[in-house]
Design a protein. Structure first.
Length: 407
C-alpha cells in the first residue's frame, strides 16, 4: 500500500477516539442516558489510540531508522516536549480543583477515595484513606512520568496515566522498529503480540482475581499495554506490503471494527467476570486494526475541512487530557446554575447545589461543544509554542553537551 506523507484519515480517527474516551469517562455523571452504554467499551478507544501511536510514529520515522539517520535522543526529546507541558498544565489544574473541592467540602486529610472495581475500572463503593504523603508521592510520580506504574489508585487527572505509558512506549520505539522492519513473517509476529497481550488477562480471568491492585495493573501497567503499541508498529509494515486498497474492502474493515465495538459491549455486559479483562487487554485487537485500516485512504478535497481535521487530530491529546479537570469545574457551575432557580440565599444555593448528583445528557453535549474549541485554542496558542521552545532548548543543550565531550 502506498501511504501519503500525511495520512489525514488517521487525524480524524485520533479525534474520534479522543471523543469516545471523553464520553466514556464522563458518562458516569449522567443517569439513564444513552451515554451510559459506553461504560463497557470505552477502553476500545484507549487501545486504538496506543496502536495508532505505534503506527503513526513508524510511518514518520521508519525510513530514517532504515537509513541510520535517526537520533533516538532527539526523538525522545521531541516526544517528551510534546507530552510534558500539557501533562504539567493539566496536573496543576487538577491539583487546584482537588484542593478547592476539599475546601468547599471542609474535608481534611486523610480523605476517603474509592477503590478501583471491576464494574468500571475507576471506582467502587468501598473506600480507603488517602494521606497527604500519598498525595505528594503521586504528584512526584506524575512529575517524573511514572504514575502509570502505580497500581494502587487513579488520582488527580485520571487520564494522565496514558501519558506515562506513552513515554515508556517511546523509550522502546527505536528498538522495536529495528527488530520488526525486516521480519518476513509479520502476520505470525502480530498473532504472537496478540497472544502476549491476552495472556495476563486470560490468567487473571481464570484465577477470577478482581482485587483493586490487579485491576490497576491490568488497566494501566505500561508493560501490559505495550503490545498495543508494538501491534501498531507491526501493522504499519504489514500495510506497506499489502495491495488491498479498494473502497469495498475499507468499508468491510470498518464494519468489522464497528461490530467488534458492539460485541465488546455485549460480552462484558453479559458476563463482566469472564470478559472484562480479555476485552480490555487484547481480545479485540484485530477489530481495532481493521478500524485503522478503514481510515487510511480517507481524503478531504476541501482544503478548509482538511485543515480542520488536521488541527483536531493534533489537539486530540489535549482534548483527552483536559476533559476530566474541566468537567469538574463545569459540574460545579452546572450545579450552581440549576440550583439558583430554587434558591433565595447563598446558603440555600450551596445546599441545593450539593443535592444535584447528575448532569443532563444535553449539558454533556454542551460541555463537548465547549471542550473542543477550548482545547484547540490552548493547543495552538499555548501548548504548541511551549512544546517547540522546550524541544529546541533541549536539543540545543544536547548538542552543546556533545561538543563539550568532544573537546
Amino acid at each position: 500500500m502506498i501511504l501519503s506523507r500525511k495520512i489525514i484519515g488517521l487525524d480524524l480517527l485520533r479525534f474520534s477516539m479522543s471523543l469516545i474516551m471523553v464520553l466514556f469517562h464522563i458518562q458516569s455523571l449522567v443517569k439513564d442516558s444513552i451515554l451510559n452504554r459506553l461504560i463497557y467499551n470505552g477502553f476500545f478507544a484507549t487501545s486504538t489510540f496506543f496502536i495508532l501511536s505505534g503506527f503513526i510514529l513508524t510511518h514518520v520515522y521508519h525510513k530514517k531508522i532504515q537509513e541510520n539517520k535517526f537520533s533516538n535522543s532527539t526523538f525522545l526529546i521531541k516526544r517528551f516536549s510534546a507530552l510534558y507541558p500539557l501533562h504539567i498544565f493539566t496536573m496543576c489544574l487538577a491539583i487546584f480543583i482537588f484542593f478547592l473541592l476539599q475546601l468547599i467540602a471542609k474535608r481534611t486529610f486523610p480523605i476517603e477515595i474509592p477503590y478501583q472495581s471491576l464494574a468500571d475500572y475507576t471506582s467502587s463503593s468501598k473506600t480507603f484513606e488517602l494521606y497527604f504523603f500519598d498525595l505528594l508521592q503521586y504528584i512526584t510520580e506524575s512529575i517524573i512520568l511514572i504514575q502509570a506504574w502505580d497500581y494502587r489508585f487513579l488520582f488527580l487527572n485520571g487520564a494522565s496515566w496514558s501519558v506515562s505509558a506513552l513515554f515508556f512506549f517511546y523509550l522502546t520505539f527505536h528498538f522495536f522498529v529495528k527488530k520488526i522492519q525486516y521480519q518476513k513473517n509479520l502476520k505470525i509476529l502480530l498473532i504472537c503480540c496478540w497472544l502476549a497481550a491476552m495472556f495476563p488477562a486470560f490468567y487473571f480471568t481464570v484465577a477470577q482475581n478482581f482485587s483493586s491492585d490487579v485491576i490497576g495493573i491490568m488497566h494501566r501497567n505500561p508493560l501490559l499495554r505495550l503490545p498495543d503499541f508494538i501491534a501498531g508498529i507491526i501493522f504499519y509494515f504489514i500495510c506497506l506490503r499489502t495491495n488491498l486498497t479498494s473502497q469495498i474492502f475499507q468499508l468491510f474493515c470498518f464494519l468489522v471494527a464497528f461490530l467488534g465495538f458492539i460485541l465488546m459491549n455485549i460480552l462484558v455486559k453479559m458476563d463482566l467476570k469472564q470478559w472484562a479483562y480479555l476485552s480490555h487487554n487484547g481480545l479485540f485487537l484485530f477489530t481495532q486494526l481493521a478500524l485503522i485500516y478503514s481510515f487510511l485512504q480517507i481524503k478531504f478535497n476541501n482544503a478548509t475541512l482538511r485543515s480542520l481535521v488536521e488541527r483536531l487530530g493534533k489537539a486530540s491529546l489535549s482534548i483527552y487530557m483536559l476533559h476530566l479537570p474541566l468537567i469538574s469545574i463545569y459540574f460545579i457551575i452546572y450545579r450552581l446554575i440549576i440550583a439558583s432557580s430554587e434558591s433565595n440565599t447563598i446558603h440555600e444555593l450551596i445546599v441545593n447545589a450539593k443535592n444535584i448528583e447528575h448532569l443532563s445528557t444535553f449539558s454533556i453535549f454542551i460541555f463537548i461543544t465547549l471542550l473542543i474549541p477550548l482545547s484547540l485554542y490552548l493547543q495552538e496558542k499555548i501548548f504548541t509554542p511551549i512544546q517547540i521552545k522546550l524541544s529546541d532548548a533541549l536539543i540545543r543543550s544536547k548538542e552543546k553537551f556533545k561538543e563539550r565531550k568532544l573537546i
